[in-house]
Design a protein around this ligand. Sequence first.
Ligand code: PEP
Ligand code: MN
Length: 644
Amino acid sequence: MIVVLAKDISPHDTEIVRSYLRDHGFNVRDQIFGDAALLGAAGKGQADIHELALLPGVERVAATSKQYELASRETQSEDSIVSIGPVKIGGARISVIAGPCAVESREQIEDTAAQVRESGAVMLRGGAYKPRTSPYAFQGLGMKGLEYMKAAGELYNMPIVTEVVSPELAEQMRELTDMFQIGARNMQNFELLKKVGSLGRPVLLKRGPSATIEEWLLSAEYLLAAGTRNVVLCERGIRTFETYTRNTLDISAIPVVKALSHLPIIVDPSHAVGIRAKVAPAALAAIAAGADGLTVEVHPNPDTALSDGPQSLYPYQFERLMRDIEALSHVVGKELLRTPRVNIPVGAIVGSSAPQASPQKIAFSGESGAYAEQALIRAFGEDADKLQTESFGAVFDAVLDGRAAFGVVPLENSLAGSIHENYDLFMQYPDIAIVGEIKLRIVHCLIASEKATMESIKVVRSHPQGFAQCREFLDKHPDWRLEAWNNTASAVLSISKETDADKQLSISAIASEAAAKAHGLAVLKAGIETDPRNYTRFVILSRKDGDLAQVPPSMGQLTPDKASLIFSVKDEPGSLYECLKILSEEGVNLSKLESRPLLGQPWNYLFYVDVSIPKSGDVFDNALSKLKSKTGTFHFLGCYHASL
Ligand code: PEP
Ligand code: MN
């Protein structure tokens, strides 16, 4: 039951409503939904709705708006994020689970784990108890299989998810299982749901082949009502008249569920289509439609698989799919989740004996809602301990003096080019290195106060990059005055700080939707960037400790495959050619080369260079030392794992 409170209800009256609900046997939660304050009442309580509606300050009582209450977005407007060890599902990340249909042997599950891990899967799947359509088909290895899978998961630091088929087995499986899967055939096995929901483990709830979305959410409600808060939904295809594919993937279920529920939803393209060649397109469609992740069947040798071989990907196909997902994730404004390959104690930093900043703060420049804050959340998660600073230089300072363990700054934008200020800072702070990168799709909005209109606007404030990236839109409004601001989010903040109501109507800002939300303002127009393929590459910086820089735990142990350098060349014929020749001869691939005038030395140039690091580290070290001897200024900014 949902109780909608009047906007002007006093704290005293709110408490009376709360006590009324508690006295009638409900568990009460305070909720904000849109701009309304609500009280969510769950549990077995009973109350007279009419009496409740008459209490002072109660605007409306929604008794059965949805039969599922705990799973409903009306009860919780923010997305739920489900944690399974180091893995999180939901929010701005895409989490990929992979593994065989069934555990067949210790070797098979370890081999699969190694290969899917290498491609970027963060959890291992596999059935030990298989609900097969035919009683004569392979039924799984049972507890032995679960032991093999748990061991493989531990070896590669991957939590495991496995199907539980009966309430009797659930307790026994609990110790060896990081996440329980409720299979499609058991979605409405209510006794199983009640038992599994009470065991304190996260649950992956598959949609039944003939279940409506409403029925599916009601099954999720069973799990939530039994005590767990950690439920992830999984669309795996439904039964339709179409027989070409094993099932029909209900893509539209993703946005529908997202609107109805706060629970994360992932997609199983393997069981949905049942045909190997169709798995990758279905998987990509799911990500494009807003899924929070995937669970994919992969087998080291699908031709000999004991179950679902025809729909299992070869490891090389999975690897290719992961690359496509990584590229697509930025388009939908998400980041492919990576976790360390070995278990790192919380807060520890790989490769460093430097004194650790405690607590581990991460610095960015700007107000809440800044794009850099979004990049920070992508890299370090929603719970990251953020340190807000006023300039890019202040981010470098905070990392250098240990107030922050990491910093996040933009380095280049796909439309407006390099951010020279930050390249300059890297040269001024030789003890700071790049240790990671994050690419963020930038969707700019024109933001103003609630009552402002396009006609009332006279001034636009933003960072100069914001203006550069929205050039075409601004050209249509030549009478607007542009005011450069330190960063996009502080431009937004300046509107909410304006006290003169008339003046406020005339000011707007170009920034993210998150910034509008953070400062309680309205979006007048979204997507005003000149080209929607507008990405900013943010880098994560950290202090160098000797030659090693700290690596963020979220990116820990990913092999560095990219490096950034800045150098100048001697003013003589062929000097740049000489440098590039070294890279070419040593087999080092150049992915960026940009020149820029050297400050104070007209007609001399600095070069910004990004290179791929060859697999053999020696080759790279050789190339660098040869290069150093040919260059004037030489700065090594760091090596890190490239984001696609
Ligand atoms: C599985 O994931 O192994 C499985 C049996 O899937 P479903 O329950 O969706 O058929
Ligand atoms: Mn299967």
